[in-house]
Design a protein around this ligand. Structure first.
Ligand code: F6R
Length: 237
């Protein structure tokens, strides 16, 4: 594991964009695994800036996002599809048909999860997976206690996650109670992992990186991955 402790979120975004940019240059036809949440927003803005400068080309890139809320279509401003459209897809030259998220509005969530796993397999797996981390150690929506080996699946969100995500909704009642998420096994199969964490995550990040590997802290499973880069503004060591 490579740990980069940086001074501020702007530096974190630049370092993350360096790594994602390098992936695009080395393999233009790559598969990027992407995350939503507040942490990667500056990184997406930096990627967009570099694209506008002509330094990056997304025309051959394919993306698969980690997760989506159940019950929300891509037109809903609270959906992760909408988020990605705003922050990245709509700002760069990635073909829309190359951008994938689980369909949270699918009538049959189990079939949708199976379709998503099949899609990732057909794409040849993820080259670089970008991750954030929840205050409880969740990755995607793999909450504490869920099976490590689960494929893409539907999860009931923990109360703490619902509360943390309420900041994006006008009331806590509006936060969906379930989501579809890529499982830890697909995340661990990514060839490279890039985890971003602000200083508010220092405690859980320390537990994930240096504590026991346990389903209580899903991110701790990343200790088993051979190519993880962590960029953080927090004091982890
Ligand atoms: C979002 C996701 C979540 C977030 C995590 C941290 O796609 O997978 O696991 O990465 O909840 O969210 P922020 O960055 O908002 O603190």
């Amino acid at each position: 594991m490579k740990l980069l402790q940086v001074k501020d979120s702007e530096t974190m975004a630049r370092r993350a964009a360096d790594l994602i940019g390098a992936q695009l240059l080395l393999k233009p036809r790559c598969v990027l695994g992407l995350a939503t949440g507040s942490t990667p927003i500056e990184t997406y803005a930096e990627l967009v800036r570099r694209f506008r400068e002509g330094a990056l080309d997304f025309s051959k890139v394919t993306t698969v996002n980690l997760d989506e809320y159940c019950g929300l279509t891509g037109e809903n401003p609270q959906s992760y599809r909408y988020f990605m459209q705003q922050h990245l897809f709509g700002q760069v030259n990635i073909p829309p048909e190359n951008t994938h998220l689980p369909n949270g509005a699918a009538a049959d969530p189990a079939a949708e999860c199976a379709r998503y796993d099949q899609l990732i397999e057909e794409l040849g797996g993820v080259d670089l997976q970008l991750l954030g981390i929840g205050h409880n150690g969740h990755i995607g929506f793999n909450e504490p206690d869920t099976a490590f080996t689960a494929p893409t699946h539907q999860v009931q969100l923990k109360e703490g996650t619902i509360q943390a995500n309420a900041r994006f909704f006008s009331s806590i009642e509006e936060v969906p109670k379930a989501a579809l998420t890529m499982g830890m096994s697909a995340i661990l199969r990514a060839r490279k992992v890039l985890l971003l964490a602000g200083s508010d995550k220092a405690g859980i990040l320390r537990a994930a990186l240096y504590g026991p590997v346990t389903p209580q802290v899903p991110a701790s499973l990343l200790q088993l991955h051979p190519d993880v880069t962590v960029i953080t503004t927090g004091a982890v060591q």
